[in-house]
Ligand binder design. Structure first.
Ligand code: NAD
Length: 310
């Protein structure tokens, strides 16, 4: 493992990931963290005195660490982390540094930042490495990583062992940006499955079917999916799903909207025809703006579609 690991962005995902790194990396490895929300950073440092050190900027992290992980909300934040004059990553010498960029962002921003890293130093490397598995996966270190590199990449062993401390499945997706493409394809698909499952459950329930029975029929028929089995949008069907807890927890509808829009951008770039994209995006946009759904788990589309929650 590297002697000094940097972590930028300590939110819902980043905080528990940094906790797992602190618990699992050898004592000889130090972790340096930075978040614009200074309180969050101080809380984490207090949990691991002597192991985690707070920094004042992305630039400071970069100057101290050989490997730097980033986990911020959107492309604009990634740009700010890397490109901000005076305080960003590129405001210091980046020779030989390895950047692991885990945020779910558009491929154009990722490519732009990768290009600027390469221009600043030919020996610095930038990998897109988005994740799936949500906050529970981050807490339990069971995340799935989708890496924008091939298995032949000289850094693959390092990436695999380091990310293996915070995730369970690490996939080399073949080359630059393909990690993001895998992530966006996955969320496009699971976003549509959630809408389809909500609609299908609604047809059955409005016609008199018991929702739990209908979901168990799906489970052994062709409508089977992880969404229906584990994250069913109908309250009461899966006791541990957000739907059964007032749609609290899980994956916020606004984040699904963001990822859905990014997937549609990716489709446009390669002329991949989408029959359902516009309808899906409109659904998640409207649900995100609906006060009864905003900030709740994305499977709240069932509520948005007028499904019965009794
Ligand atoms: P979050 O909003 O909870 O956390 C982001 C953190 O980044 C915040 O603490 C914020 O203060 C910090 N930040 C923002 N700009 C910064 C900057 N310039 N410098 C330093 N810190 C900065 O978001 P999250 O839920 O942790 O998600 C992070 C990324 O992971 C997003 O791209 C999201 O789509 C993706 N993701 C989230 C989930 C999930 O279930 N939450 C699952 C998979 C992937």
């Amino acid at each position: 493992y590297p002697k000094n690991v940097g972590f930028i962005g300590l939110g819902v995902m980043g905080y528990p990931m940094a906790q797992n790194l602190a618990a699992k990396l050898p004592q000889s490895t130090r972790i340096y963290v930075f978040d614009v929300a200074t309180q969050v950073m101080e809380n984490l440092v207090k949990e691991y005195p002597g192991k985690i050190t707070a920094c004042q900027s992305s630039k400071e992290i970069t100057s101290k660490c050989e490997v730097i992980l980033t986990m911020v909300p959107e492309g604009a934040h990634v740009k700010s982390v890397f490109l901000a004059p005076d305080t960003g990553v590129l405001a210091t010498d980046i020779s030989g540094k390895i950047f692991i960029e885990m945020s779910t962002i558009d491929t154009a921003t990722s490519e732009d930042v990768r290009g600027k890293v390469a221009a600043a130093s030919p020996s610095a490397l930038f990998y897109d490495a988005p994740v799936s598995g949500g906050s529970l996966g981050a807490q339990n270190a069971t995340l799935t990583f989708m890496l924008g590199c091939s298995e032949e990449d000289p850094n693959w062993p390092l990436l695999k062992s380091l990310l293996g401390l915070v995730g369970k499945s690490i996939f080399p997706c073949g080359g630059p940006s393909l990690g993001l493409i895998a992530k966006l394809s996955n969320n496009y698909c699971s976003g549509l499955i959630a809408i389809a499952t909500a609609e299908a459950m609604n047809i059955g329930m409005k016609s008199g079917m018991n929702p739990a029975l209908l979901a168990s029929i799906f489970a052994t028929s062709t409508a089977q999916s992880t969404i229906s089995d584990k994250w069913n949008p109908v309250p009461g069907v899966c006791p541990t799903a957000p739907a059964s807890n007032g749609y609290r927890g899980g994956f916020k509808v606004q984040l699904m909207r963001k990822d859905f829009a990014l997937a549609m951008d990716a489709a446009k770039r390669v002329n991949a025809r989408l029959a359902l994209g516009e309808a899906g995006l409109q659904t998640y946009t409207d649900a995100s703006n609906d006060p009864a759904c905003r900030d709740l788990d994305s499977r709240v589309v069932f509520r948005y579609l007028g499904g019965s929650e009794e």
